[in-house]
Design a protein around this ligand. Structure first.
Ligand code: HEM
Length: 339
């Protein structure tokens, strides 16, 4: 996967790896990284999420009638339309090979349920073509960018703070050695787990969560919020809250460790938001991030590229609807053979 002994930008590869997990669940198979359709879907998803966070789209959200006059809005609409067409092509392929006795993925299960309802005369259910396309779109989008960015941040933090990378690698080496990492290992790896949580906290990948609308009048902490009001939960305010975290703006895995080095969860860790509409992909995401991060750190050492110091590695996020690191390269060595 990684070319060792060289500096390169791993961001696209990490997004593809994350995307293949959610793709296997949605479509029942993974894609080759050089598959033009897959590349187009991953890249256009990335671009759409970036544009969604742009000033022009914030203006459009406030004054929707301005949309057709904004170049960014037109670009975004074109990306979304192409994306929808790609999903329709993939769904068509799955329909043609569908065996209702053996559903392979979410799309198959959706189609089987749609067919069953139609057979029994229910023609106006939620199981219609548009809902399938948008469900697939949301899952692919939510399951690609968030994980890809989190993994990119995790490697960048490790390269910037080599003494913390040492501690992760020592723990992985003593608890797991060279065998394949398993999800159950997480509870025996408190330091690695703390580094992952601290990565998610400081990286603040979904700063504005997702906008909601109140379904009834609400009294909240002395404020009256009328039914129908748009609410944007500002997760950054919790993840960086100075009354909750000892050093909110510093990468500090101790935020998640007690005095004996045991892992401690914190209520203010709200990277996946909270409440009824909190991220439904949280447990999948936690599994993925742990397995990718631990497996990569088990095999590779990450450092700044030649000529760049740790201090010079830039932690300013590239702003979009989600926050990822700015384009950068890291120098990668194989732990076993190159060191
Ligand atoms: C680092 C990884 C992830 C982070 C930080 C993250 C974070 C979030 C946040 C903050 C929300 C908004 C919740 C709210 O509205 O209050 C959300 C929603 C959502 N996430 Fe995730 N997520 C991650 C990974 C995933 C994955 C892997 C999936 C795939 C299944 C996923 C699927 C979704 C969906 C479908 C929603 C919308 C739910 C709704 O509208 O009710 N997420 N996520």
């Amino acid at each position: 996967m990684f070319v060792t002994g060289t500096a390169f930008d791993s961001m696209h590869m990490l997004h593809c790896a994350a995307s293949n997990i959610i793709s296997s669940i949605i479509y029942g198979h993974r894609f080759e990284y050089d598959d033009p359709l897959f590349k187009e879907m991953v890249d256009s998803n990335n671009e759409s999420i970036k544009l969604t966070g742009s000033v022009a789209i914030q203006v459009y959200n406030t004054f929707p009638w301005l949309g057709p006059f904004l170049k960014t809005w037109k670009t975004l609409m074109k990306l979304v339309e192409d994306y929808r067409n790609n999903i329709r092509r993939l769904v068509k392929g799955l329909k043609e090979t569908l065996n209702p006795q053996m559903p392979r993925c979410i799309v198959d299960s959706f189609l089987v349920q749609k067919h069953t309802l139609e057979e029994s005369g229910v023609m106006d259910s939620q199981y219609h073509e548009d809902n399938l396309v948008y469900t697939v779109m949301n899952l692919f989008s939510a399951g690609t960018d968030t994980i890809g960015h989190t993994l990119s941040w995790s490697l960048l933090f490790m390269a910037k703070y080599p003494h913390l990378q040492d501690q992760v690698q020592e723990e992985l080496s003593s608890v797991i050695g060279s065998r394949q990492v398993r999800v159950e290992d997480r509870k025996h790896l408190p330091y690695t787990n703390a580094v992952i949580h601290e990565t998610q906290r400081l990286a603040n990948v979904v700063p504005l969560s997702i906008a909601h609308r109140t379904s009834r009048d609400v009294n909240f902490q002395g404020y009256f919020i009328e039914k129908g009001t748009a609410v944007i939960p500002f997760l950054t305010s919790v993840l960086y809250d100075e009354t909750e975290w000892e050093s909110p703006l510093t990468f500090n895995p101790s935020h998640f460790l007690d005095e004996e080095g045991k892992f401690v969860n914190r209520d203010a860790f709200m990277a996946f938001s909270a409440g009824r509409r909190a991220c439904p992909g949280e447990s999948l995401a936690r599994m993925e991030i742990f397995l990718f991060f631990a497996s990569l750190l088990q095999r590779f050492r990450f450092s700044p590229p030649p000529g760049v110091t740790e201090d010079e590695l830039d932690l300013t996020p590239a702003v979009g609807f989600t926050f990822g690191p700015k384009p950068h390269t890291l120098y990668v060595l194989n732990n076993k053979t190159d060191l």
